[in-house]
Design a protein around this ligand. Structure first.
Ligand code: NAP
Length: 331
């Protein structure tokens, strides 16, 4: 028997708050969905499909991809392309889809870093894989110290001029280079829409370096990736390492990070979340979203029930001074 045709929930915009992205016309959902893990060829397509549909049915209309998401590289975009063909195409104008290039993708000198050669050909490949004519935002995925910044930025400008992306963004740039890049892009009337970096209760680096404030001053939105520190800021590891977890897979989350001290702090954090009537994951997302400088958080998930839990984050964004101090004392 074939699956019934997908029809999105009529109430999909009922619960999700949308936030203005910097000084732009774009609103983004408070929660966005990232396809770095769990959407590639090593996972059942049916699970990826169920999560994507559930997300969209609940107002998550921003899907964050990159050329090398999978694993295997490219297969998250391929699966997203399958979804476009099978169910999401009628909703294309309701979706905000990103891709990126900057990390290793294919062998040889042109499949990595920040050259015009790499960015241009990588985006062409991403569009083919995803079965779409343009992305809503294309990112330089990381700063390349060897390529002149002007070359990378001009490639982004030209990608917009070619109609292959509506907006551009940066990810993982040092603050000084981000400031230069923002200037270069603004002078060419292609302002940087979004800056993407890891920001969560455990890792506050972009706040410490001033990147979040710089982005705000520039009119660039800020979107946080790994808001749950890849699952550490959830109940996943409070009682050991589950066999089906990202840490057990040993790809991007090394078990050595889970020290006794960290586990103790996570358990205390879980206590604060319980007092607030939230799961640890939901509270970790609420903590980020209480900060008005944060446009959206890009969550990852391995099941629909995790998404369900995370959606509750938007229901309680108020923290008492005491709660914030308690969290700050732990991390
Ligand atoms: N620009 C960049 O360089 C960059 C880098 C990294 C990520 N990103 C983007 O950010 C996205 C999110 O990153 P991430 O996957 O690391 O995000 P994350 O939200 O910090 O971690 C997601 C993982 O946390 C666990 N989880 C999520 N919700 C849960 C819940 N309610 N209860 C228990 N466990 C829960 C799941 O782990 P299990 O799989 O173990 O169940 C899930 O796979 C990526 O997909 C990508 O789009 C960008």
């Amino acid at each position: 028997m074939t699956d019934p045709v997908y029809s999105a929930s009529e109430n999909r915009y009922g619960q999700m708050p949308y936030r203005r992205c910097g000084r732009s016309g774009v609103l983004l959902p408070a929660l966005s969905l990232g396809l770095w893990h769990n959407f590639g060829s090593r996972k059942p397509f049916a699970d990826a499909k169920a999560m994507a549909h559930f997300a969209f049915d609940h107002g998550i209309c921003h899907f964050d991809l990159a050329n090398n998401y999978g694993p295997e590289y490219g297969t998250a975009e391929e699966n997203f392309g399958k979804l476009m063909a099978a169910s999401l195409r009628p909703y294309r104008d309701e979706l905000f889809i990103s891709s990126k290039a900057g990390w290793d993708m294919w062998p040889g000198p042109y499949g990595n870093w920040g050259s015009r050669k790499y960015l241009m050909s990588s985006l062409d490949q991403s569009l083919r894989r995803m079965n779409i004519d343009y992305v809503d935002i294309f990112y330089s995925h990381r700063w390349d110290p060897e390529t002149p910044l002007e070359e990378t930025m001009q490639a982004l400008v030209d990608i917009v001029r070619q109609g292959k992306a509506l907006y551009v963004g940066l990810s993982r740039y040092p603050v000084e280079e981000a400031a230069k890049a923002y200037r270069y892009l603004a002078e060419r009337d292609v302002p940087c829409l979004l800056y993407q970096d890891r920001f969560n209760i455990i890792d506050r680096n972009p706040d410490k370096t001033g990147l979040i404030d710089l982005s705000k001053e520039n009119g660039t939105g800020f979107i946080s990736f790994s808001p749950l520190q890849q699952g550490l800021l959830t109940n996943r590891y409070l009682q050991g390492v589950p066999a089906d977890s990202r840490m057990a897979a040993g790809t991007s989350l090394n078990p050595s990070v889970l020290t006794k001290e960290l586990l103790q702090s996570l358990r205390r954090l879980d206590g604060i979340a319980r007092r607030r009537g939230q799961s640890l994951a939901a509270m970790a997302l609420s903590w980020l979203l209480r900060d008005e400088r944060v446009t959206s958080v890009i969550i990852g998930a391995s099941s629909v029930s995790q998404l369900q839990d995370n959606l509750k984050a938007v229901e309680n964004l108020d923290f008492t001074e005491e709660e914030l101090l308690e969290i700050d004392r732990l991390f």
